[in-house]
Design a protein around this ligand. Structure first.
Ligand SMILES: [Zn+2]
Length: 307
């Protein structure tokens, strides 16, 4: 797992305060929905909640000690009464849920609580989900279920209506930039990566992504022609960008990168705003299936002829 518990806690201070309090009052619910764009972050956070439930050396403020044998084994996924399941292919299948349920119904090997964590839980089919309802409503003994998702909107309503839901705050660009710089990424590159990613793990993946690095230097070059109103900016579209970005998602990212370079340029705020508007309008056109090359060439014309 890429993100450790300490790092995630730092990024979600409000949730940490809230759950420490709940833990101090011994009011941790038996089921929760945790929603966040970064699935590894959400998973690390749910492991921290598992520590809150299981820690044998809890602090006065309710927090888990993080260092006792239980806390350590939870963090390294080496605790026998903690079970994680995730989709096998496109969905969470009935058999997976059935197996998990059977394990959960046995008594805890360590004599404490048993915890089930379901990742990507929006991929539960209705028949899988319905098998868990009784578990949520009448938890037998000390059993806990945490549903993790990046799209709570797609979770089964039967589950949603029975669990308290918490959504992670998106991590600010500043935090992502600082984190990348701490990982030895140069400041200017860190700012561009932070600008185009929604989460820390996405940002970390981009650092070494060959296609991304190639795209980044190409867009930088393209933008340097654009800002000099050099007609080479037209040629550049056909010669490089079209070949580079064949997939729709890559084409989106080209525009995101362009916006990142515009934001980092030393122009007046109004100019930056106008340019970003033009790129956003172009990005919108891609949605209506206009060809990438046409959209880019129109954009070049507009950027170079703007008032
Ligand atoms: Zn502990």
């Amino acid at each position: 797992m890429k993100n450790n518990i300490q790092e995630v806690k730092m990024h979600q201070p409000q949730l940490v305060r809230f759950f420490n309090k709940v833990s101090a009052e011994q009011k941790i619910n038996h089921s929760y929905i945790f929603e966040g764009l970064d699935r590894d972050d959400v998973y690390a956070f749910s492991l921290w909640i598992a520590q809150l439930v299981l820690c044998r050396e809890k602090q006065a403020d309710g927090s888990a000690c993080g260092v006792c044998s239980v806390c350590r084994r939870v963090a390294t996924l080496d605790y026998p009464d903690l079970l994680t399941i995730e989709p096998d292919g496109q969905s969470l299948k009935v058999e997976q849920i059935q197996n998990a349920k059977q394990i959960m119904m046995k008594s805890a090997l360590e004599g404490q609580a048993k915890i089930l964590i379901i990742r990507d839980s929006e991929k539960m089919t209705p028949s899988s989900g319905n098998r868990l309802l009784k578990f949520i409503e009448e938890p037998e003994g000390e059993t806990y279920i945490f549903f993790l998702t990046s799209q709570a909107g797609q979770l089964l309503t039967t589950i949603k209506s029975r669990c308290q839901q918490f959504t992670f705050m998106p991590i600010s660009k500043k935090v992502i930039t600082a984190d990348l710089v701490a990982k030895q990424v140069p400041q200017s590159k860190a700012e561009i990566i932070a600008e185009v990613s929604n989460s820390l793990s996405e940002a970390v993946e981009l650092i070494a992504d060959e296609w991304f690095n190639d795209a980044k230097s190409n867009v930088e070059k393209w933008y340097s022609y654009l800002s000099k109103r050099d007609p080479l900016a037209f040629v550049y579209v056909q010669q490089y960008l079209v070949k580079l970005a064949k997939e729709r998602e890559q084409q989106w990212l080209i525009f995101d990168l362009l916006i990142a370079f515009i934001k980092s340029s030393a122009q007046r705020a109004e100019v930056v705003a106008t340019e970003i508007d033009l790129v956003l309008a172009a990005r919108q056109k891609l949605k209506s299936n206009v060809s990438f090359q046409n959209v880019c060439e129109q954009l070049v014309w507009r950027l170079m002829n703007k008032a």
